[in-house]
Structures are given as structure tokens and as C-alpha cells.
Design a protein around this ligand. Structure first.
Ligand SMILES: Nc1ncnc2c1ncn2[C@@H]1O[C@H](COP(=O)(O)OP(=O)(O)OP(=O)(O)O)[C@@H](O)[C@H]1O
Length: 249
């Protein structure tokens, strides 16, 4: 199996505080890989360090066979790796039309047949051409997140980094977006790396999961191991119990 992404001993320090402390993660081509952990454990920092939004001071990163350093990422990196953020309100410019939002990445990456690609991307995320000339501020949260997914997929990436992609949405809309992502992954043979505080979402979407605590990966297990309670860390058990909600004994 080829590695789509390999992070080795990655360390990110903010003002003397190690938000990531020698984190290693290997994700195979076509995998759906989850990252869980309590708030502040470093999940978003890991994704941000991979995409170059945050600099890593030590360690190495290999994506699709190429090595990248602390911060610099070239256009070909973003052709391979796209990211979908939690907040569809923050991640899309409100005064741009959907057409403009989808055109921009196509221009950056030098794609031709832009009309056809935009129409196809809108279809793929279930919006249709009626949405093409709407402004993003005229869309619901779920519709915006569909546009964010279309914007990521339109450059035909191999890897999607998903940072809590549905946690800002209502439960029913969450399921629609997750199904849409799952369908896109199957159709396009994508690799997913997904951060979620919701172990239910991770169990549904992912095959393997890294458990993070205080900037470290404390264990990496197949999702079935979580379901069968076959893991080594008590911390993982506490996360599972917390995600199952408060129970009266
Ligand atoms: N730009 C920054 N400057 C300083 N510290 C930061 C910065 N970004 C994150 N941190 C700190 O790094 C640690 C990890 O943050 P991170 O956002 O990666 O956690 P997380 O696991 O994604 O949390 P959550 O689930 O709440 O989003 C936290 O203690 C956070 O306060």
C-alpha cells in the first residue's frame, strides 16, 4: 500500500508551548483516517501544520511522495491536498458568488473548460446550476458547506483534510454532508484525514483513528477496535464514554 501522507516526529511550538510533540501519522492511499482527542489536544494544529497554515519546527512531512518543510507549500501541494474547515461562514467570502468561489481555484491551477467543471461540481454536491450566481451570504450553513466541498473537489485533489466539517451544522444536515463526502471519496478514490470531536462521526466515516492527547498521538487503532473496546489507553476509554453522553447508573 502506498502512503498518501506521512508525518514523522512533527513538532509545533507556540511561545515555548508544544502544541504538537513529535507526532507521527501514516495514512495510506485511499484510507479514511480519523483524528480524535479532547479540546486543545492538537488536532487542528496537526492539519494546519500539514497544509502550511502553521509552521512545524521539527520532524518531516511527505505527501504523495514529496517532502515538504516547515511552512512552504507550492501550488502542486494544493492540487493534491485540499481542506474543508468547520465554519462554512468563515471559510467562504460572503460577497462572492458561488460561480466566483468555484472559478478561483480553477484559475489558480490552470484548468480549462471551467463552465463544465463548475456545473459538474455543483451537481456533485447536490446544489445544481440554480445556485451558481447566488452570493454565499444568501446560502444556508449546509448549502455553504456543500459549496466548500465543491470548491475543494473541483481541483481534483487526492487528499481531503476535513477539520470538524459538520460540527457547525444541524444533525440532519450533518448526515447529508457526511454522506456526500463519503460518496465523493468512493467515486474519486480520495484519501480523507478527518478531525472530529464526535466519535460517532469518526466511526461512521473512518477506518483508522489516531487518538491525541496534549499534543501527542497516544495510540492509533482501527475503528472496529474502538467499537470492540480493544485499545490500550484509559484516555481513549474516557473519550468514548464522554462521546456516548451522560449516563445515569
Ligand atoms: N496560534 C496559536 N498560538 C498559540 N497557541 C495556540 C495557537 N493555536 C493553537 N494553540 C494552542 O495549541 C493547543 C492545541 O490547539 P488545537 O486547536 O490544535 O486543538 P484541538 O485539539 O484542535 O482543539 P479543539 O477540539 O478545541 O478545536 C491548544 O492549547 C491551543 O490553545
Amino acid at each position: 500500500m502506498t502512503a498518501a501522507l506521512s508525518v514523522r516526529d512533527m513538532t509545533v511550538v507556540y511561545d515555548g508551548f508544544a502544541a504538537l510533540d513529535r507526532v507521527s501519522v501514516d495514512v495510506n492511499d485511499g484510507d479514511s483516517f480519523g483524528i480524535v482527542g479532547e479540546s486543545g489536544s492538537g488536532k487542528s494544529t496537526l492539519l494546519r501544520a500539514v497544509t502550511g497554515l502553521t509552521r512545524f519546527q521539527e520532524g518531516s512531512l511527505t505527501v504523495d511522495g514529496r517532502s515538504y518543510d516547515g511552512r512552504k507549500r507550492d501550488t502542486s501541494f494544493y492540487r493534491t491536498v485540499q481542506m474543508v474547515f468547520q465554519d462554512p461562514y468563515g471559510s467562504l467570502h460572503p460577497r462572492q458568488t458561488v460561480d466566483r468561489l468555484l472559478l478561483e481555484p480553477l484559475v489558480i491551477h490552470g484548468f480549462d473548460e471551467v463552465d463544465r467543471r463548475i456545473a459538474r461540481a455543483l451537481d456533485e454536491v447536490g446544489l445544481g446550476s440554480g445556485f451558481r450566481f447566488r452570493y454565499s451570504h444568501q446560502l444556508s450553513g449546509g448549502q455553504r458547506q456543500r459549496v466548500a466541498v465543491a470548491r475543494a473537489l473541483i481541483v481534483e485533489p487526492k487528499i481531503l483534510l476535513l477539520d470538524e466539517p459538520t460540527s457547525a451544522l444541524d444533525a440532519s444536515i450533518q448526515a447529508e454532508i457526511l454522506n456526500l463526502l463519503e460518496q465523493a471519496r468512493r467515486d474519486r478514490h480520495l484519501t480523507f484525514i478527518m478531525v472530529s470531536h464526535d466519535l460517532g462521526v469518526i466511526s461512521h466515516m473512518c477506518e483508522r483513528v489516531a487518538v491525541m492527547k496534549a499534543g501527542e498521538v497516544v495510540e492509533t487503532v482501527p475503528v472496529e477496535a474502538l467499537e470492540r473496546r480493544e485499545f490500550s489507553q484509559d484516555y481513549t476509554r474516557r473519550l468514548l464514554t464522554a462521546s456516548e453522553g451522560f449516563r445515569r447508573d
